[in-house]
Write a protein that binds this ligand. Structure first.
Ligand SMILES: [Zn+2]
Length: 331
């Protein structure tokens, strides 16, 4: 029998773990990086963060109340790839300490009440299976019922292949969920974090009233290799980046993490004040609605004008609420 004994040299300091930037390879104290919202202090690289950390950055302290944490996926297809699907889910639960790839609930964001749903890439690539779709649906229905804006943060590889067609159906389901918040005249803001691809970028997040992304985030439906092979054309070096998506009009803004909470809160306040409709008053008093709508229109026009004068600045867009009388949200 061999026994290995490690003896530390007297007086030697314990080895400090350093955080190494994936982009610029600079080394930093992990506590400093954490305090900098997991952004590299040297180059601004935005490290991927989990749902819990994201919620702690966006929600006011102590305001987040998680809903629907009891929902668990089934295995109706009895799917086995290298291992059975339930086994994969159990491993992901153990590694991430989450029950599914999405955490959702209510919170206040800089004082504004909201429904917050965050997809975590660390749980099976943030893939959208039945539970992710169901929680997004419930988040949207709650937003509509309680007149709270919906804020979704997504970092996802797309559909969950282990659930086959059931996973693809979540694209339709979450698209209908956006209809629910639109019909209820409730604002919907989406934040795309690295990476956001496949069925998630091709469904609900792209339908938000305001859709923003973090700097350097990769956002596309199919990856550059697949597209280059299919089209047999060289793709631009910045293919799929948030910055290129902004240039092409797929995004309303690229927002650094340090500004994200303030910007999202501003968007919610901006959208709360706007929207003329004949249905029940959702936000603010009818006395102030006309003034707010005019201010919103003036603000939007000035931002669009500024964006055209100054390329690279932040244009404000989004479809806003649909026209016509408001209907009561489904129960
Ligand atoms: Zn760096």
């Amino acid at each position: 029998m061999t026994v290995t004994v490690e003896i530390a040299r007297r007086g030697s300091a314990p080895r400090e773990r350093r955080w190494v930037c994936r982009k610029c390879a600079s080394e930093h104290d992990p506590a400093v990086v954490k305090a900098n919202l997991s952004v590299c202090p040297a180059c601004g690289y935005h490290q991927r963060i989990g749902a819990r950390e994201r919620i702690s950055q966006l929600a006011d302290e102590g305001s987040f109340v998680e809903y629907w944490g009891h929902l668990r996926t089934l295995d109706p297809l009895e799917f086995v790839d290298l291992e059975p699907y339930p086994e994969r889910v159990r491993e992901a639960q153990g590694a991430s300490r989450l029950t599914e790839a999405i955490v959702a609930g209510t919170a206040t964001i800089a004082g504004t009440p909201a429904v917050l749903a965050v997809i975590d890439f660390g749980f099976m690539g943030g893939s959208m299976g039945s539970v992710v779709g169901e929680k997004l649906w419930r988040a949207a229905a709650t937003a509509a019922d309680e007149d709270r804006p919906l804020v979704a943060v997504a970092s996802s590889g797309g559909a969950r292949m282990q659930e086959g067609a059931l996973s693809l159906m979540q694209m339709a389901k979450t698209t209908c969920a956006v209809d629910v918040v639109n019909e209820a005249r409730v604002p919907f803001v989406a934040v795309l974090a690295d990476p956001c691809t496949g069925g998630v970028v091709a469904s609900f997040v792209s339908l938000a009233d305001i859709c923003v992304a973090e700097p350097g985030a990769l956002l596309y439906f199919s990856g550059p290799r697949v597209i280059a092979q299919t089209t047999r054309e060289a793709l631009p070096a910045d293919f799929g980046t948030a910055e290129r998506n902004l240039l092409l009009g797929h995004l309303d803004a690229v927002v650094p993490r340090a500004e994200l909470k303030g910007k999202v809160a501003n968007y919610l306040r901006l959208l709360k004040g706007g929207g003329q409709h004949d249905g029940p008053e959702r936000y603010g008093s009818s006395r102030s609605r006309g003034g707010r709508t005019r201010r919103l229109a003036r603000y939007a026009s000035s931002r669009v004008a500024a964006a055209f004068k100054n390329p690279g600045s932040e244009p404000l867009g989004g479809s806003g609420a649909a026209a016509g009388p408001a209907e009561e949200p489904p129960a």
